[in-house]
Design a protein around this ligand. Structure first.
Ligand code: FAD
Length: 475
């Protein structure tokens, strides 16, 4: 028997499950189909487990430097099994929270693979969806939704010809599950995930080399932020090789580890380490979901949508990593909510990438919203910038972490904020003020007029806003 729904969601990661909750709040009859676990990548293989490991690395470093704070610790040692156990416990706790949310919202959860079968006489709008089960004895379920949201997420990419064995050659999925720390690791890719792993493993005293294809690490961030991150990682002992391309050819694995070849300035180089982590981006999960039964278009391996998440088929929406863009959990949930509100006939704000904060949870952290200085210039703006270092911020001194700075990029003519970029302590929390300023279309002087509490790290935001016109007080 076919079951009717107002909305069926394929995939219950951050994009899918948050959209389901919002749809249920709006009175829709909702089903989600999940082939793995509720919570998806972010909860089980991404944001949460990686941030738990990063926090343990930070605690380890804090304990190491405790005598500087007047706390003498006779002896301490790292217990990586406990680091992993703590991570598991946090994930489990949040996982039961998501399960509870589905129950509370009256959302039907189907644990199987969802596939769009296309329109039928029974389902003239979004088409029939089948739910397929691993258990061959179980018949497929058939769902008839008015609307569909595709939120099938993404999986790690690898290099052509290089197989991820998740023992020696790892994706971030495998790296999260390592039972012990390796003595050494080569990280291929110096984007967000590569930088977070480099920072964490170096803080755990692993010998780390990052090999990046682009001219610099964090290619998507402002030049000054990327340069500061490079300095910070080098200070931790991370070796960084840029403009270098790793190839799968001549890769050798043995009991001791792995050796790969990279090419820099036309010269081949060999590099050996106990583990190899491939962090070269993620590929959207679009195979086997029945796109061929629809008119939905894809571009560059992701689903093409309008600014409300609507595909070529008016009743089929898509959100999260499946549509590309920033590929962040909070972008996925924002896109999911926007899609649901749009299908419900509400009038949501369109999704705009430049309003969404990007965060790197390394030590130091980095965060940004809006245009980099270079992107603003390339877009034709006359820009003015203001920078303020955490070195002159009392709270940073008290915390014992004065690394980094805040940088404002604004329009010379109107003073409108174009972008805000930060590197340093707790900036992934502080970026929300800049994101709010962007949503409210604020000018730099409006942020400068906001009274920032003292002592607080957020004073660096007020000072950077003042610095745009050369008026920083402590700079
Ligand atoms: P996913 O979370 O990938 O969920 C998709 C779900 O769909 C999965 O559960 C999958 O099993 C299911 N699915 C796929 N196909 C089907 C099908 N046919 N039928 C049924 N179910 C299906 N982002 C941040 O914002 N902050 C961070 O700190 C952060 N850290 C990260 C760290 C790492 C190591 C990684 C890998 C990612 C990190 N991200 C982070 C990115 C974030 O995890 C993703 O952007 C986010 O999970 C995307 O959500 P989603 O709902 O689009 O997809």
């Amino acid at each position: 028997m076919a079951l009717e729904y107002d909305l069926v969601i394929l995939g219950a990661g951050t994009g899918g499950y948050v959209a389901a909750v919002r749809a249920s709040q709006l009175g829709m009859n909702v089903a989600v189909i999940e082939k793995g676990k509720l919570g998806g990548t972010c909860l089980h293989h991404g944001c949460i487990p990686s941030k738990s490991l990063l926090r343990s690395a930070e605690v380890y470093q804090t304990v190491k430097s405790a005598s500087g704070f007047g706390v003498d610790i006779d002896s301490f040692q790292l217990n990586y099994q406990q680091v992993q156990a703590r991570k598991e416990q946090i994930v489990e706790q949040l996982y039961s929270g998501v399960q509870h949310l589905m129950k509370k919202g009256g959302i039907d959860v189907y644990y199987g693979r969802g596939r769009i079968l296309g329109p039928s006489i029974f389902s003239p709008s979004a088409g029939t969806i089948s739910v397929e089960y691993d258990d061959d004895t179980k018949e497929n379920d058939m769902l008839l939704p008015t609307n569909v949201l595709i939120a099938t997420g993404s999986r790690p990419k690898t290099l052509k010809g290089l197989e991820l064995d998740e023992t020696t050659i790892l994706s971030s999925d495998g790296a999260l599950e390592m039972a012990d720390l390796p003595a050494s690791i080569t990280i291929v890719g110096g984007g967000v995930i590569g930088v977070e792993w480099a920072s964490m493993l170096a803080d755990f005293e692993v010998d780390v080399t990052v090999v990046e294809y682009a001219e610099r690490i964090l290619p998507g961030e402002d030049d000054e932020i990327a340069a500061e991150m490079r300095r910070a990682l080098k200070k931790k002992g991370v070796r960084i090789v840029t403009s270098a391309s790793v190839s799968a050819e001549n890769t050798e694995t043995s009991e001791d580890g792995v050796t790969v070849t990279y090419e820099k300035q036309g010269e081949p180089h060999r590099i050996s380490s106990e583990k190899l982590l491939i962090s070269v981006g993620r590929r959207a999960n679009l195979t086997d979901i029945g796109l061929e039964n629809t008119d939905i278009k894809t571009a560059d391996g992701v689903i093409a949508v309008n600014e409300f998440g609507q595909t070529k088929e008016a009743h089929i929406y898509a959100a999260g990593d499946a549509v590309g863009g920033l590929q962040l959990a909070h972008a996925a949930s924002h896109e999911g909510i926007t899609a649901v509100e749009h299908m419900a006939g509400l009038n949501p704000r369109p999704v705009k990438e430049e309003m969404i904060a990007k965060c790197v949870y390394s030590s130091p952290e980095a965060a940004s919203v809006g245009l980099t200085e270079k992107a603003a210039v390339n877009a034709g703006y006359q820009v003015k910038t203001g920078t303020f270092s955490f070195k002159a911020i009392g709270k940073a001194l008290v915390l014992g972490d004065t690394s980094g700075f805040v940088k404002f990029v604004s329009d010379e003519e109107t003073s409108d904020l174009l972008g805000v970029h930060m590197i340093g302590p707790h900036v992934t929390d502080m970026i929300s003020e800049a994101a709010l300023a962007k949503v409210l279309d604020a000018a730099d002087w409006e942020v400068a007029e906001t009274v920032h509490p003292h002592p607080s790290l957020s004073e660096a935001i007020g000072e950077a806003a003042l610095a745009v016109d050369g008026k920083a007080v402590h700079g």
